[in-house]
Write a protein that binds this ligand. Structure first.
Ligand SMILES: [Zn+2]
Length: 365
């Protein structure tokens, strides 16, 4: 079987001298072709006997090797196609113009929204881009979106991290509080060494460290119902505050500005999420809760306590609703409220309806 040794020897030689794969394949294929030709021309010669095998045997072996090589090449081609982005956003799809609110400090970093989407962003958002419901166009909507997050507490922490990670282009974060030791049990956006710092500045630093492609504007003050102009500068409001008075003020401003409002609330082991959007037919907060709860009936987390992971669950659901509202994916929680009971591991969704005589949203449509 001199022929077999010749083929193996050529393969080992190519490996030792690190011959390029294409040349090595050509060399071995040439030797194989010579052997097949010898068997075809002079099958009875002494050389053919010393090479060994038969013309049929060598043809069969060559065919098998060719099949294996073809299969590998096909596999490589398929893998290369799967790794490429399915849907490259069109360079012309420029995000909306987003002037910074007049009473807000400048964003920490301001990536030019008109820039073409670079490879780094395509890779960063690859898991969104392959989703049928988001894809390239949805990612461009996220990139162009302006979201106001009110409250940088337990709910605000996951909302801010997930919206920044998702590539929401411009995020304004409003809160007048400072980081304290008792926050760190659940407000996972802060670190121990940030105690005493303003929450919006500390959170904004974490968000831009996570994703330098988003612009974050820290707004170190409380939101009031007079903030209609600030609200109107955004596409979506996310409310993670923890007092009824703050929620009511945010609801009034959002309704007046006709901007949808993702709202979440937590207490002890239970939380709820909904989308208030009276401009598009849904109820507002006042439709559901016309009056403030009696004192002591809905105590704040500081008095009633809250399990650390609960704001993580509800805040993540809020971030998910925000991503759905911006991209148009799936069914929004407009006219529905999702209630999560962490202590018993149960969720339920209830229908919510608009009140015709609601003093806040009766003229919203
Ligand atoms: Zn209402």
């Amino acid at each position: 079987m001199l022929g077999l040794w010749l083929i193996v020897g050529l393969g080992v030689l190519a490996w030792i001298i690190e011959m390029p794969r294409r040349q090595a394949t050509a060399m071995i294929a040439g030797a194989w072709l010579g052997i097949v030709a010898l068997h075809a021309i002079a099958p009875a010669s002494g050389l053919a006997a010393r090479i060994g095998g038969s013309r049929g045997g060598w043809l069969l072996a060559g065919g098998l090797v060719a099949l294996i090589l073809l299969y590998r090449a096909g596999l490589r081609h398929l893998r290369a196609r799967a790794a490429a982005p399915l849907d490259r956003p069109a360079p012309g799809a420029a995000p909306l113009d987003a002037p910074a609110p007049l009473d807000a400090p400048a964003p920490l970093n301001a990536p030019a929204p008109d820039d073409d989407v670079g490879d780094a962003e395509l890779e960063r958002y690859a898991r969104h881009i392959v989703l049928r419901e988001i894809g390239g166009p949805g990612q461009m909507r996220l990139r162009a979106a302006r979201v106001l997050v009110v409250g940088a507490g337990g709910l605000g922490a996951p909302v801010c991290l997930y919206l920044a990670a998702a590539g929401v282009g411009r995020i304004t974060l409003a809160d007048d509080d400072r980081v304290s030791l008792s926050n760190l049990q659940r407000q996972v956006i802060f670190r121990s060494d940030q105690r005493g710092q303003g929450k919006v500045q500390a959170a904004a630093a974490a968000m831009t460290a996570l994703n330098p492609h988003v612009a974050v504007t820290p707004l170190p003050r409380r939101i009031t119902q007079e903030d209609t102009t600030l609200f109107a500068d955004h596409d979506l409001i996310v409310d993670g505050t923890d007092s009824f008075a703050a929620r009511e003020a945010i609801n009034r401003a959002a309704t007046a500005a006709r901007i949808p409002l993702v709202s979440g609330a937590i207490a002890q082991w239970e939380g709820q999420v909904t989308l208030y959007d009276p401009a598009r037919g849904g109820p507002c907060l006042t439709c559901l809760f016309p009056a403030a709860p009696a004192p002591g009936l809905a105590p704040a987390c500081a008095e009633a306590g809250v399990v650390g992971a609960l704001p993580g669950v509800i805040g993540s659901l809020m971030a998910l609703e925000a991503i759905k509202a911006i991209t148009g994916a799936g069914d929004a929680l407009r006219g529905r409220m999702l209630i999560f009971d962490g202590l018993h591991g149960e969720t339920r969704t209830i229908r919510t309806a608009r009140r015709k005589d609601c003093p806040v949203c009766k003229d919203a449509r």
